[in-house]
Design a protein around this ligand. Sequence first.
Ligand code: C2E
Ligand code: MG
Ligand code: MG
Ligand code: MG
Length: 288
Amino acid sequence: RAKQDGRNSFRFFTSLMQAEARRGLQLENSLRRALERDQLSLVYQPQVSLVSGQVIGAEALLRWRHPELGEVSPAEFIPVAESTGLIVPIGEWVMRTAVQQLKAWMAQGMAPLVMSVNLSSVQFRHNDLPGQISRILDEVALPAELLELELTEGVAMRDPQGAIAVMNDLHRRGIRLSIDDFGTGYSSLSYLKKFRVYKLKVDQSFVRDLGDDPEDRAIVSAIISMAHSLGLQTIAEGVETLEQMQFLRSQGCKEVQGYLFSRPLRAEEFPAFVAAGTRVLDEHAELW
Ligand code: C2E
Ligand code: MG
Ligand code: MG
Ligand code: MG
């Protein structure tokens, strides 16, 4: 009986694994074609200043609409893109598209803001990333200060010295770096001293329960005060409630993004959102 059950659950797991492997292969094959078939697009999440109440930035987020599978989440396809190396051409497309989009918004009269682009550690290790980015900025004629790169703590895991050299190079070119998902990775705090980082992004997993979890409140307030002592800026992501916003503000966090303000927007929706201003803040002027 036990043996029988064991065999059945073994079959169950192998068929699950086979299904996953099949989907993996299917994603891999179609991802190779996704760029040329025009299935990739970017959406932009507004980043809001808690000092001025204005939209001061946009985070570019990649979307993939697969003809049969529909929308595939970046959490699922970015790892496939990384393991196949496809992240390099895709990442270059993301960079060029995001930078061109900002330029296009400004040409339509939108005030300049900072465009944040996520970078995978695979791209970061790829030869001549700084040169490639500089060429795109030149091509589009956008000042480097308007671009920010989001890296995760993992970029420095394999080769800290190499990562530091790339960061120094980007810094010399005037491109800002922020550490995404801060607090969830494995990096040593001593890296913060050596990294040419401009900003820490407080991970949404710490923000989620700020309302009622004293430990998350302690962690977030420690991250913010450490960042400020080191001369770094902070932004919190995944802000969904007024309560979270108020706590972050009370701790001195100056920027936020999240569904409280807006979901990621299509390019054509973005300038109107900026022009309308942050309604939540207007409606709750007493809170801030
Ligand atoms: P991330 O860079 O940490 O981006 C934040 C994620 O949180 C985004 O998910 C965003 O849509 C979501 N989000 C924003 N506000 C809220 C909120 O208030 N509540 C909740 N629950 N979620 C919120 P998304 O777009 O699915 O992206 C997931 C991850 O995929 C990103 O995490 C990033 O690591 C990666 N990614 C996305 N686009 C790119 C890209 O162009 N290149 C690279 N290398 N990675 C990307
Ligand atoms: Mg990010
Ligand atoms: Mg993040
Ligand atoms: Mg993330």
